[in-house]
Design a protein around this ligand. Structure first.
Ligand SMILES: *Cc1c(COP(=O)(O)O)cnc(C)c1O
Length: 383
């Protein structure tokens, strides 16, 4: 996004968290004062309370707070005992962190393509990629929406492959009546500030129904320390802990998350209404899913022109993700086949403003500029 010399009343930011933070400011101040006074910054009751609340929210037995979402993914793969030579199926259309975690444990990422209507991983593609070396498959709930978890659960269960969820963009999303984070052997969440549930810095969590796995992960994230001991280390682990200050922020914000996600859904509905049957193509949702619209993706012909128009009108935008992970330098070596849907989409996608307090007027303004910039250009993105 280019720098803007001046902002005007008609500007629409890509992401604005100020109104959301004003809503919780008093509670945040109280919590920070308490934690400072108690001198208890790592672990402790704020972390334990948040873990219990987030497990409850996701409908799972266990939650382990960690330092960030990337660590959450890597720890899960280590906890599942993945090793060199093991293959892990991963959608090509994801943030690189999903792939980094696989490479970090020495396993081999096997890229698969996504569905053209949702840009989410397709169960049939996972099924087709399973070999005798496949140890796990990662379902990424990209943009706040879950792929067909009935089909993916069935495919992985039948093949005896561990299902891991990358739920970093999907806090509170549902497939039928179950939340993101409750389907796989374990799920990774990120609380990066811009995520639907964001900390005031880096933070992450793992959710699972497997208590033995959660204990192993909790130990791995705390230098392999045997739970309940101080000096005994059973595993060579690492330091990936959740800070008390971040946990306090997350607890306070979690109480509002369903409301904030509902506001995102209203904005997404309006985007869909205004862009229906135009050259700006929005993502489809399976009727069985309840998305939480972390990002609002529009596919446009002649993207450069659209981006210039958005800049000219003071409208914030992002690209998620213009270079697919299998084409990034460190991961190219694992790309065995082209990923046509992902590769085509990478040249068409634009992320437009989406946050809980965006107003209908702001959504209308964004759509006006989008339609103006794409009007008259051929509808090349539809088949
Ligand atoms: C944000 C994100 C991550 C990584 O989370 P961090 O907390 O930034 O490490 C992983 N996967 C996806 C899909 C993400 O969006």
């Amino acid at each position: 996004m280019g720098p803007r010399a001046m902002t005007s009343v008609a500007d629409v930011p890509f992401l604005d968290l100020a109104a959301q933070h004003a809503e919780v400011a008093v509670e945040l101040d109280e919590a920070w004062a308490k934690i400072t006074a108690a001198n208890s910054f790592i672990g402790g009751s704020y972390v334990a309370d948040f873990e219990a609340q987030f497990a409850d929210f996701c409908g799972v037995k266990e939650c382990v707070g960690v330092a960030n979402g990337t660590d959450a993914l890597e720890l899960i793969l280590r906890g599942l005992d993945l090793r060199e030579g093991d293959e892990v199926i991963v959608p090509a259309n994801t943030f690189v962190a999903t792939v980094e975690a696989i490479v970090a444990v020495g396993s081999t990422p096997v890229f698969v393509d996504v569905d053209d209507d949702t840009l989410l991983v397709a169960a049939a593609n996972i099924e087709a990629a399973i070999t005798e070396r496949t140890a796990a498959a990662i379902a990424v709930h990209l943009y706040g929406q879950m792929p067909d978890m009935d089909a993916i659960s069935e495919v992985t269960r039948r093949a005896g492959v561990a299902l891991v969820e990358d739920a970093a963009q999907a806090h509170g999303a549902r497939w039928l009546d179950k939340r993101a984070g409750s389907f796989g052997a374990a799920a990774a969440f990120s609380f990066y500030p811009g995520k639907n549930l964001g900390a005031f810095g880096d933070a992450g969590a793992i959710t699972t129904n497997d208590t033995a796995l959660s204990e192993r992960l909790r130990s791995l994230a705390d230098h392999g320390r045997r739970i309940g001991t101080r000096h005994e280390h059973d595993l060579s682990g690492r330091n990936s802990r959740l800070d008390a200050l971040q946990a306090a922020v997350l607890s306070i914000k979690l109480r509002r998350l369903d409301d904030w996600n509902a506001s995102r859904r209203s904005a997404a509905d309006l985007y869909r209404k205004l862009l229906d049957a135009t050259n700006c193509r929005v993502l489809q949702s399976d009727p069985r899913s309840t998305p939480v619209h972390h990002l609002e993706i529009v596919r446009v012909p002649q993207r450069d022109e659209v981006l210039s128009a958005l800049d000219a009108h003071g409208i914030g935008w992002g690209l998620h993700y213009p270079i697919p992970s299998h084409q990034q330098t460190p991961f190219k070596q694992f790309a065995r086949t082209p990923q046509p849907v992902t590769e085509t989409a990478a040249g068409e996608i634009v992320s437009v403003p989406m946050f809980p307090t965006i107003t209908p007027h702001e959504v209308e303004r964004v759509c006006e500029v989008l339609l103006d910039a794409t009007q008259g250009s051929a509808s090349g993105t539809r088949s």
